[in-house]
Design a protein around this ligand. Sequence first.
Ligand code: ADP
Ligand code: MG
Length: 680
Amino acid sequence: MKPHPDSGGDDPGGTSVTTLTGVGPALAATLSRLSIDKVKDLLLHLPSRYQDRTSLIPFKALRPGQECLVQGQVTDSRINYGRRRSWMVTLNDGDGTLRLRFFHFAARQVEALTVGRFVRCFGEVRLGPTGLEMAHPEYRDYAKPPAGLEDSLTPVYPTTKGLSQGRLRTLIGRLRELPWPKDSALALDTLLFLHFPPAGATSEDIAEAQEKVARDELIAYYLVMRLRQRQRQSQQAPPLPRAQQLGRALLDQLGFELTSAQRRVLREVLLDLERRQPMLRLLQGDVGSGKTVVAAFAAIRAAEHGAQTALMAPTEVLAEQHYLSFSAWLEPLGIPVALLTGGQKKKMRTSIRARLANGEALVAVGTHALIQANISFHNLALTIVDEQHRFGVHQRMALRAKGHTPHQLIMTATPIPRTLTMALYADMDVSILDELPPGRQPITTRLVAASRRDEVLAHTGRVLDAGQQAYWVCTLIDESEESPAQSAEAIWETLPAKLPGKRIGLMHGRMKSDEKAAVMAAFKSGELQLLVATTVIEVGVDVANASLMIIENPELLGLAQLHQLRGRIGRGAHKSTCVLLYGEDLSEASRTRLKVIRASQDGFHIAEQDLALRGPGEIAGTRQTGETRFRVASLERHAHLIPAIVREGDRLLAEAPEAADALRLAWAGDEAQLAGAAAV
Ligand code: ADP
Ligand code: MG
């Protein structure tokens, strides 16, 4: 294409950073670590924050935590030879004093800062043993009080080893001289404003500009999702219409009635399966809402056509549990089910591999082992991913690639606030299981201080004496110097003395898979009464007789995770209790969060509260964690924009498809650039 006459040449954004003066192969490689390959990437590499060096703050006005520019005269300089050698310089600005503290320093630094010299420094103020101080500030010294200040905010960029702020700033400075096209879909003026804030620009102006750019990025993201949805609709999948009455047969043998939510969701899934387009459905259902059986009915539908289903679960414990349920439900209908995990013996795996390859096993339940290169299917028509947030996008794609555009069902027990779903999952259809099976006892949740551990132990003893079972969940496997949190091993060692005669097991992620399976089986059968575990039991584990869960240091876990953990109890007929055994010094914010868990058992409500309290970065299960790294947008700060973004994206698609394409391409380019845009 010929360059537009007034654009001054091709859009410089699309060219490699090596076209900039001073960028050789070594610097290019360093920049690449920051995902900066093209000039446009540099333009979109925005400051993570700004320093204000535009004014001097008087010592008297300083507050701990403040990062600022100060200036004063040296009144004292001494080296302390305490436990740790340090150099302390006292400054006076005529109205107050401030100390500078250095743990690393050279003799010539000390020699230079004699009493009477003037020092200007920039750093973070903190409360030291003798009042306010700055540790290791940036500083310069002068014979006379220096004059002159920066007139605009100083950008601070995310950087990487081997690339200083100064060098990065110089490089970004070159962006100003480039012949940017006037009609760029990137908000060029706003981006340049953020890189080079003009004199007088305030932090509010910055926030406003950031929001504008974030909005564009989120719209571009939404457009990618919608494009992907359209692309999927043009693909061909094996249609799986109703064929035999095997589903009906399972309904009759199930021993329970489906909830109306399960019936509704199952209808949605089965209708999708009848179509020629591949299904991509996200099934959100709170813990215990009964997603597994919905998945089983979908697998039956595929099996009625002689087509295969693969169900992938994140842990061996869960895969094994699904295998048991699926074989109990499907084998009587004549549908062979196979289990495939990494922990299996080689010979076993080889024979299962053959049964998957020749199509004899119609349903494969397994872990990541399912996506290994040497696994192939005869005709895989349906893939199901359980606990989707535990998997990376590539793993889900790898499973899909085992078939020819199979239908996909993606299940998650971490409810995602609706606003986020609208934008982040715009490429999928969403089903929600918002009803628990009848007869579930509500769980009573208590906040108990760790100092009342003995009472909790006594209560645990009584629950076990009554023939019920309990989980004792710890956030750590073994003791750690850094964290005061209780570890699973330490608890497991001390409990037998506190609960004499009780059968106590230990399970954590570092155990071998057959060890874990054995412990889980022993707990399931009731041989073990109490299971001390790390959060490995978070997903999916189902033991109806367990009616008590103690969670150590709940303040260290996210709300979604706590909700998940708690969902392991309250599954049977017994009244269940969850004890959140919090550590000393619980912060007010943590207490507020734990109260949300205590007050509600509704995963969607908890997710909304979590979003309000901490922002979506913390919510497991959103694409934000792990796979979506927006360059500018932060769901924490910009989630409130989402409804407007969806409206604007839809409007562009309907009224200005070319502008929509331009915006999408400007941000996402070849799609791979937009991290979260990888297909599910
Ligand atoms: P989750 O949605 O958390 O994966 P599961 O599928 O593990 O939940 O179901 C939890 C338990 O509830 C299982 O023991 C399952 O057999 C049972 N269950 C599922 N649906 C119903 C129902 N409609 N009525 C009674 N029990 C049910
Ligand atoms: Mg489940």
